[in-house]
Design a protein around this ligand. Structure first.
Ligand code: TYM
Length: 340
């Protein structure tokens, strides 16, 4: 049952963890923008992976609040609940039920090679890392495969997880018969990795120790302008794109290009003969405007929790139309005796 009937639209699926009080520019340019752009051509499934969010230390009340914020920011990014299914992972229990099967199909060594696990577990010492953090990629595989997703729009840091997902789909198909669509990562090269403004050799991330280099989508315009004006730049004074020699300037050029729709070459041409300071002040103003409008839209959605709950309920119901029969098929092929 790979349900690849010619009549069905290709499917896109992606998620973003509700582990901070706001998503940041990296999430927006690396992922959300693609989500919104793909919802017409594809049958779209976007979700808030709250089960993934408890793989690290967390506070239950905060998780619940952040789940609503996540939905509001996804909607503010252009995800349209009439065209996309926007759901909460824990409301669709089949994800976790399928994940068990993938846990049992994945080698311990294979899971140990996941670089995100290695990075995250190294932060607080491997002894303290939860078993959930270790099995996280297999839950992600279940998220994707249970919908027969064709494309998974993500940033570069998720490539290895999508690769594992492909391997698991092929492994299951090989052992138990053709069942899963083998998905592809959809990674837009230019914005696949947005870097921290204070340390442009590491990715922008909500878990970076200092937030000075992380532009949150919920920052005030003033905060944004200040963060960009204080961005670390490189030696020399000429503005051009060179990731090795000019990591700071290259990151600013990438963001400038993403927010204006100009190519990096066009931006470089615009700034010929001008200084880093000009680039930072002007980009700061552009981003302040962008984030200002964004926050206003997100707040509008956040103010109506009942409507968000309604979207979640309708979406979970639609999602389960797919996940319940799919899980049944997988369990049947796995050798389980199905309930009457
Ligand atoms: P998460 O929550 O860390 O990030 C959400 C999305 O944002 C992208 N991203 C970035 N892109 C460019 N530059 C950056 N600095 C940057 N930081 C983050 C991420 O690549 C991601 O696309 N495991 C996933 C969540 C998940 C998922 C899934 C994704 C769970 N199940 C199924 C796709 C399909 C994660 O932790 O992303």
């Amino acid at each position: 049952m790979s349900d690849a009937s010619p009549s069905r639209r290709p499917r896109v699926l992606s998620g973003a963890q509700p582990t901070a009080d706001s998503y940041h520019l990296g999430n927006y340019f690396g992922a959300f923008r693609q989500w919104a752009a793909m919802q017409d051509e594809f049958e779209a499934f976007y979700f808030i992976p709250d089960l993934h969010a408890i793989t690290i230390d967390y506070d239950p009340a905060l998780l619940r609040e952040r789940t609503y914020i996540a939905a509001a920011q996804m909607l503010a990014s252009g995800v349209d609940p009439d065209r996309s299914i926007l759901f909460v992972q824990s409301q669709v229990p089949e994800h976790a039920q399928l994940a068990w099967v993938f846990n049992c199909l994945t080698g311990f060594g294979e899971a140990s090679r996941m670089t995100q696990f290695k990075d995250k577990s190294a932060k607080n010492g491997a002894e303290k890392a939860s078993v959930g953090l270790f099995t996280y990629p297999m839950l992600m595989a279940a998220d994707i495969l249970i919908y027969q997703a064709d494309k998974v729009p993500v940033g570069e840091d998720q490539r290895q997880h999508v690769e594992l997902t492909r391997n698991l789909a092929q492994r299951f198909n090989h052992r138990f018969g053709e069942t899963f669509t083998v998905p592809e990562a959809h990674i837009v090269k230019e914005t696949a990795k947005i870097y921290d403004l204070q340390d442009p050799t590491r990715k922008m991330s909500g878990s970076n120790a200092s937030h000075a280099g992380v532009v949150d989508l919920a920052d005030t315009p003033k905060q944004v302008a200040k963060k960009v004006r204080s961005a670390v730049t490189d030696s020399g004074s000429e503005i051009y794109f060179d990731r090795e020699a000019k990591p700071g300037v290259s990151n600013l050029l990438t963001i400038y290009s993403a927010v204006t729709g100009k190519t990096v070459e066009e931006v470089v041409a615009d700034y010929e003969g001008r200084q880093y300071g000009h680039l930072k002040v002007e980009l700061g103003d552009l981003l302040a405007d962008f984030v200002g409008g964004f926050s206003e839209r997100a707040q509008g959605y956040l103010d109506d929790r009942a409507e968000l709950d309604r979207i979640f309920a309708t979406s979970a119901e639609k999602a389960r139309e797919m996940t319940v029969p799919m899980l049944r098929t997988v369990y049947e092929r796995s050798g389980f005796v199905l309930p009457g």
